[in-house]
Design a protein around this ligand. Structure first.
Ligand SMILES: Cc1cc2nc3c(=O)[nH]c(=O)nc-3n(C[C@H](O)[C@H](O)[C@H](O)COP(=O)(O)OP(=O)(O)OC[C@H]3O[C@@H](n4cnc5c(N)ncnc54)[C@H](O)[C@@H]3O)c2cc1C
Length: 388
C-alpha cells in the first residue's frame, strides 16, 4: 500500500468511527432515518474528505480514486450498519465514457456535485438473474421513446431524482435488443406501485415502479440502441467488487466486536474467550476474512493494472461470491458469541446478520457468480483466471 493509499484508508476509517458508527442504533430504531441535520453533516463531511464521487474522473469534478483506493474506502464504509456509509457516493462510473454532452451536463456532472441522485430499474417481477427475460419495452415515436414496464426492488428510488431504465426495443431494426434510458423521476407516467418492507432497516427504500407510457426525448437514450446489456455488465462488475470490499469491512467489525465481547463476558467463572469453542469461531472468521481481503485487494489492483476484461469479470464474481458468503458465516458466528444479546437490534451482530444476507442475492446471486466463474474456467482454464 502506498502512502497515498494508506492516507485514503485512514481518512475513511476515521470518518466511519467518529461520524457514522455512533448513529447506527438511532438509525436502526428510526426505520433507518437520521435527523436531517446529521445526514446533511455526514454528506458534507464525506465530500470534504474527498469521498463525494470516488469513482468519477477528476476532470468531471470527481475524486478520481484508483480501483484499489475505492476498495479501501468501501471496505471502511462496510464496517457501519444501516447503510449510513452510502453518503460515500459512487455514481454510474460507466456513464461518462458513453454520455453525450447533454447527458454529461444534465445528469452526470450534477450527480458528481451531489445535486442529483440516480437509481437503477432493471429487475422485474419475472426477470432477475435472467435479465434477458425483461418485458419492459421502448418504442420509438418520432423524436421520442415511449417506455412501458414495471420494475422491482428499485433501490434508492425514494431519494433519487432520475432512474436508469432498461427495456427491450419494440420495433425498428434492433427490435428485441436491450436499450438503457435515463428518466427523470418526475416525468409523467412514472409511478410508485408500492414500497415493500425488507429485511434490513435503511433510509433507502426499494419500491416497485411502474412506467406507464412514459415519453422521453431520444436524447435520453444512453449509447446506441442495443447497447443496454453492455452497461449492465460494467455496472455489475464494479458493484460486485465493491460488495466484496464492504463485506470485508463488515467482517472486520464483527470479529473486532465479538472478540472484545468474548474477553469481557464471563461464564462459569471464566471469560468466554478462554473456551476453545468460542476461540475456534473467531479463528475461522479471521482466517476467512484474510482470504477474502486478499482476493478483493488483488482483484482491484488487477483492474488498475488493466488486466483483460474477461478475467476482471470472473475475478469480480469470485471476490463477491467468497466475500459475501464469508461475511454471512462471520455474522452468524458473531451472533452466536454474543448469545442473547446478539438477537437484539441494538447489537451490531444482529444488524449485520440481517443486512449481509442480501449481499448473496443482489448484483447477481451466489449461484449466478458460480455460473460466471465456471463458464470462464471451462473456456479459458485455471491459469488465465488466477495468474493475472
Ligand atoms: C434489497 C434488494 C435491492 C435490489 N436493488 C435493485 C436495484 O436497485 N435495481 C435492480 O434492477 N434490481 C435490484 N435488485 C434485484 C436483484 O438484483 C435480484 O433480486 C437478483 O438479481 C436475483 O433475481 P431474482 O430476485 O429475480 O431471483 P431469481 O432470478 O428468480 O432467482 C431465484 C433463485 O434461483 C436461482 N437461480 C436462478 N438462475 C439460476 C441458474 N442459472 N443457476 C442456478 N441457480 C439459479 C437464484 O440463484 C436464486 O437462488 C435488488 C434486490 C434486493 C433484494
Amino acid at each position: 500500500m502506498s502512502a497515498q493509499d494508506a492516507a485514503v484508508q485512514e481518512r475513511a476509517r476515521a470518518f466511519v468511527d467518529e461520524e457514522l458508527i455512533p448513529w447506527e442504533v438511532q438509525a436502526e430504531l428510526a426505520d433507518g432515518e437520521l435527523p436531517p441535520e446529521v445526514l446533511e453533516r455526514h454528506t458534507r463531511k464525506a465530500r470534504e474528505l474527498g469521498f463525494g464521487a470516488i469513482n468519477m474522473p477528476v476532470e468531471l469534478g470527481g475524486d478520481g480514486l484508483t480501483m484499489f483506493q475505492q476498495a479501501l474506502v468501501q471496505e471502511q464504509i462496510g464496517r457501519v450498519t444501516n447503510a449510513l456509509g452510502w453518503v460515500v457516493h459512487t455514481p454510474a462510473g460507466w456513464l461518462p465514457r458513453v454520455a453525450t454532452d447533454h447527458q454529461l451536463e444534465t445528469w452526470v456532472k450534477p450527480t458528481i456535485r451531489g445535486e442529483r441522485m440516480e437509481c437503477y430499474a432493471i429487475t422485474e417481477e419475472g426477470a432477475g438473474s435472467d435479465v434477458d427475460a425483461i418485458e419492459a419495452t421502448a418504442r420509438r415515436e418520432g423524436d421520442e421513446y415511449v417506455l412501458t414496464g414495471e420494475k422491482w426492488h428499485v433501490t434508492s428510488a425514494n431519494l433519487a431524482d432520475h432512474v436508469f431504465f432498461q427495456a427491450k426495443l419494440a420495433g425498428g431494426s434492433d427490435a428485441g435488443s436491450h436499450a438503457l434510458f435515463v428518466v427523470d423521476m418526475d416525468t409523467p407516467g412514472v409511478r410508485v406501485v408500492r414500497t415493500p418492507a425488507y429485511t434490513h432497516t435503511l433510509a433507502h427504500h426499494h419500491p416497485i415502479l411502474a412506467f406507464d407510457d412514459v415519453r422521453v426525448p431520444g436524447a435520453n437514450l444512453i449509447g446506441t440502441e442495443g447497447d443496454g446489456m453492455r452497461f449492465v455488465h460494467e455496472w455489475f462488475r464494479y458493484e460486485r467488487l465493491m460488495i466484496a470490499a464492504r463485506c470485508c469491512g463488515a467482517a472486520e467489525r464483527l470479529i473486532t466486536e465479538a472478540t472484545a465481547f468474548a474477553r469481557s463476558r464471563d461464564a462459569f467463572g471464566h471469560p468466554i474467550s478462554e473456551f476453545q469453542a468460542v476461540q475456534f469461531m473467531l479463528a475461522d472468521s479471521l482466517t476467512e476474512l484474510w482470504a477474502a481481503r486478499l482476493i478483493t485487494y488483488r482483484t482491484a489492483r488487477g483492474i488498475d493494472d488493466g488486466i483483460d476484461l474477461k478475467s476482471q469479470h470472473a475475478q469480480c464474481s469470485l471476490a463477491k461470491l467468497y466475500a459475501s458468503e464469508m461475511a454471512n458465516r462471520v455474522a452468524d458466528r458473531a451472533v452466536q458469541i454474543f448469545g442473547g444479546r446478539g438477537y437484539m437490534r441494538e447489537n451490531v451482530a444482529e444488524r449485520f446478520y440481517r443486512e449481509l444476507r442480501v449481499e448473496r442475492i443482489w448484483e447477481g446471486t451466489s449461484e449466478i457468480q458460480r455460473v460466471i466463474i465456471a463458464d470462464q474456467l471451462l473456456k479459458r482454464g485455471v491459469q488465465a483466471l488466477l495468474d493475472q
